[in-house]
Design a binder for this molecule. Structure first.
Ligand code: GAR
Length: 206
């Protein structure tokens, strides 16, 4: 009996890669029917690259320094992803805003994780923004990527409580635990073909 081939994931990273690791672990345990076919980093020293190499996943260092135009950087990224026949692009701590070149190349097939309950606190330092505002709850959001800053259709969100004496580090660590679960759950839904996008709304099949 031959089943469906695993979904081909291309993962974009810039940093430590704990979300990448969570995805790798769930693929290896058989929870997500997917294969990470390439990890692309815009930072040569990202620890995420070491994590990928430890699991024999092909890595590409694709630094943005040589590119004056964001669109030409993205065009080069699209080429790398296409050369690996990627079905779904995962932004796992990839700290760049995408242009139409990337977004149109993978319609409703680029996911990002953000450490806040969007549309609250988009952009950088979302956890500190939440602390400064004084919210009682924050969390994380997995969404499809459009050309805005954390504005695309929302797939899943998880609520995380903010403690009275929280620091940015403590809140970030609590949110990251939720990120790992939430990202994996969203990827699994995509892989299972259970996600449909209607306008701004993401419909999830039961
Ligand atoms: C994650 O907390 C993710 O939510 C955040 O970067 C971190 C990467 O951690 N992304 C953003 O803030 C994007 N706006 P990781 O490299 O350990 O997965």
């Amino acid at each position: 009996m031959y089943g469906k081939p695993p979904c081909r994931l291309g993962v974009l990273v810039s940093g430590s890669g704990t979300n990448l690791q969570a995805i790798i672990d769930r693929i290896e345990s058989g929870e997500i029917h997917a294969e990470i076919v390439c990890v692309i980093s815009n930072k040569a020293d990202a620890y995420a690259l070491t994590r990928a190499a430890q699991h024999r996943i092909p890595v590409v260092v694709h630094e943005n320094a040589g590119f004056t135009e964001r669109r030409s950087y993205d065009a080069a990224t699209v080429e790398i992803l296409r050369s690996h026949n990627v079905d779904l692009v995962i932004m796992a701590g990839f700290m760049r805003i995408l242009t139409d070149v990337m977004v149109n190349a993978f319609p409703h097939a680029i996911m990002n994780i953000h450490p806040a309950l969007l549309p609250s606190f988009p952009g950088l330092h979302a956890q500190q923004q939440a602390l400064d505002y004084g919210v009682r709850y924050s969390g994380c959001t997995v969404h499809f990527v459009d050309c805005g800053t954390d504005t695309g259709p929302i797939i899943l969100q998880t609520v995380v409580p903010v403690e009275q004496d929280d620091t940015e580090e403590a809140l970030s660590a609590r949110i990251q635990k939720a990120e790992h679960q939430t990202f994996a759950a969203a990827i699994k839904l995509f892989v299972q073909g259970k996600i449909r996008v209607v306008g701004r709304k993401v419909i999830i099949a039961k």
